[in-house]
Write a protein that binds this ligand. Structure first.
Ligand code: 3HC
Length: 305
């Protein structure tokens, strides 16, 4: 058994200096880069509510959360660079559509209740998906996940706390929360990826211990976690087939609209064009900062030489 296979078999970490199959390197760059893209694009739905937050406290919380997402993105781009990826190249691939970001961020955030529901459901789904990644076989990715997961739990809690207040508020606030849950529930289930039977990457990612659970297993874990939380909030999840299955020890739930999922990841979601346009203009308007940093670094290097 070669070095790489032996390290995987012993459940140890692959480190940047280790020899690894080209396909392992390529799929790690793919997953880490798209995870990073998701964090960066994910700043947009909530970012638009920072200036509209209903109180200074809510504004401060949201500002901290959105800043965290930016940091997660930079952390993950740094992990991708340990595999030889170039950050500028990854950004170009995101903007050109050559690489993906999570489908969930292609939905609009229409009211401030969305901020709470995104925290509760989207960051909750992210936690389900990311905690196992703390044990992923690629060392820098696993280590990045430890800090990211700690911050995600703050993200999920602040969202849930906002919803606890709103669902105990006025009838209009309760209605805003229910309307947001109706819009975000099914897209949150799509975050875990296609069904295992239609996932081209899962089998190999499980064999290389990149993934510790399959898409369907984590989706089920998220549903099982969310139903009691919805009950505590007093909101209804928009799935008439949702019911506890004593025999399985899990909640049965309805079929995800995979045609919608394919449309959204194919670029036809409600906000795809807007999300990329905002990312592109931020990149172009920030060119002067990159040029100034490079000029400064060159000057310092010149002095040091
Ligand atoms: N959105 C967009 N693309 C998706 C997707 C989604 N929800 N689910 C799957 N896909 C894509 C995959 O990237 C793959 O396309 P590719 O081969 O061109 O990359 C294709 O659909 C088939 O899916 P697979 O299940 O075969 O792909 P993976 O094995 O990579 O599994 C994944 C998909 C579960 C998302 C996995 O990549 C993963 O766990 N990634 C790390 C976590 C992550 O990226 N989370 C995204 C959300 S980040 C976030 O929520 C931030 C938080 O702060 C809110």
């Amino acid at each position: 058994m070669t070095g790489f296979d032996a390290i995987i078999a012993r459940d140890q970490r692959i480190e940047p200096r280790d020899r690894m199959p080209d396909a392992y390197r390529a799929t790690m760059v793919r997953q880490i880069a798209q995870h990073a893209h998701s964090e960066i694009i994910g700043m947009q739905p909530e970012g638009r509510w920072i200036t509209r937050a209903p109180s200074l406290r809510r504004k401060a919380i949201l500002l901290a959360k959105v800043q965290d997402e930016a940091g997660h993105g930079l952390y993950l781009y740094a992990a991708a660079e340990t595999l030889g990826a170039d950050r500028a190249d990854l950004t170009a691939k995101l903007i050109s559509g050559a690489q993906k970001y999570s489908s969930i961020f292609n939905y609009p955030s229409l009211t401030f209740a969305d901020v709470g529901v995104i925290g509760w459901l989207v960051d909750g789904a992210a936690i389900c998906n990311q905690v196992p990644l703390c044990r992923t076989s690629y060392g820098p990715y696993a280590r990045a996940m430890i800090r990211i997961c700690k911050e995600e739990s703050f993200h999920q809690r602040q969202g849930y706390e906002l919803l606890m207040r709103m669902t105990r508020g006025t009838p209009e606030q309760r209605e805003m929360v229910q309307e947001a849950v109706d819009r975000w529930w099914w897209p949150s289930l799509m975050m875990f990826g296609p069904p295992d039977a239609e996932s081209p990457n899962t089998a190999r990612s499980m064999a290389w211990k990149i993934k510790r659970h399959t898409n369907d297993e984590l989706r089920q874990r998220f549903v099982d976690m969310s139903v009691p939380q919805a009950d505590a909030l007093g909101v209804r999840l928009p799935d008439p087939e949702l019911r506890w299955n004593e025999e399985r020890g899990h909640y049965d739930f309805g079929e995800v609209d995979w045609a919608e999922f394919r449309r959204v990841i194919g670029g036809e979601g409600p906000c795809n064009a807007e999300r990329i346009a905002v990312r592109r203009s931020a990149h172009e308007e920030g060119a002067w900062v990159r040029e100034a940093a490079e000029a400064h670094a060159a000057k310092r290097a010149g002095r040091a030489a």
